[in-house]
Design a protein around this ligand. Sequence first.
Ligand SMILES: NC(=O)c1ccc[n+]([C@@H]2O[C@H](COP(=O)([O-])OP(=O)(O)OC[C@H]3O[C@@H](n4cnc5c(N)ncnc54)[C@H](O)[C@@H]3O)[C@@H](O)[C@H]2O)c1
Length: 330
Amino acid sequence: MPSNIYLNSTEELIKYINEGIPNESLIILDSALEQFQFHNNFNVRHVYLQVSEETKNLETIEKIWDLMFSSNLNRSDEIVVIGGGVMLDLCSFAASTYKRGIAFTLVPSTLLAMVDASHGGKNGFNNAYGKNQIGTFTLPKSVVVCFELLNTLKDNDYKDGLIELVKHGFIGSKEIFNKLVSSENFKIDNDIIKKGIQIKEDIVKEDYLETGKRKYLNFGHTIGHLIEQDSKFTLSHGEAVAIGMIYELGLSKKHFGLPQEVIDLYVTYLEKLEYKKSYKFENSIDYLLGILKDDKKSKSDSVDIVLLSDISQPNLISISFDELIEVIQN
Ligand SMILES: NC(=O)c1ccc[n+]([C@@H]2O[C@H](COP(=O)([O-])OP(=O)(O)OC[C@H]3O[C@@H](n4cnc5c(N)ncnc54)[C@H](O)[C@@H]3O)[C@@H](O)[C@H]2O)c1
């Protein structure tokens, strides 16, 4: 596993990069970070790039490869990527394939990227066949978490990260779940972020290639992805997964006797975040079945889904497409 480095301020981040990264490296930054004025302080060459879910595609990968070739990077050089999950996924893929792979360090700048996207070695980009359909498993050299970067995040982007963190709580930690649902203000302590990262890393350590336990991280995502696609991405990933988890908690109660109290606590938490708690599907059953069949976890008429017996007690079971469609229609 790569090493995790925790820093409080961007001043510490600049020092870490200037002193710890070879001079020939290239830093690629999310253009949302221009406000931090890093360019006045880095000794290492660096470039800002504007990326988004809509441009998380091969064309942008080509641009990143171009930046790497025009900087004459060779296989002993490395890149440092500072950005949200989109930027990290794109640049990690580009680095893992450039001249058959060069080292990279990830500096996540959103809450979601800190607790999820920067850990576990998955990268990728979208194509006409769906989200993250092309990618590799390649671990970074290290992950540098700089908490000050969160200060400029828009509330909705922050809340999307909280949704992934509450999911980490659901599958692996009563402490994280309880701290989140009882927080006065939705902002959280850095300590909870570190604990959330630990949950993901512990799972990945046991099942790097996602043949078993790593699938637990998909809790809420089977129905979340259906919602995301049905809404044509007008709902963010976090908003869609937030509602997906409500449906999957309902299924957890039915199949594994999950206490209603857990569902109630979560629903109240979503109210506090001012996130939607329900969704009305717009597309036909055939359209939804088509999406389900494309799910990497699907068989011919069923899909593997993660359901909970309690907080921190996930189970992987197969449920029929018929049952799933019935649930989302009610
Ligand atoms: N590889 C994995 O294991 C993994 C896991 C989960 C999610 N993901 C991927 O992560 C992506 C979502 O990541 P995300 O939620 O970080 O979205 P994102 O990368 O789109 O970032 C959200 C917004 O915040 C901006 N931003 C980034 N840092 C900022 C900062 N410090 N201050 C202000 N604005 C900032 C970005 O420019 C963007 O507009 C998806 O593409 C998803 O597929 C990957």
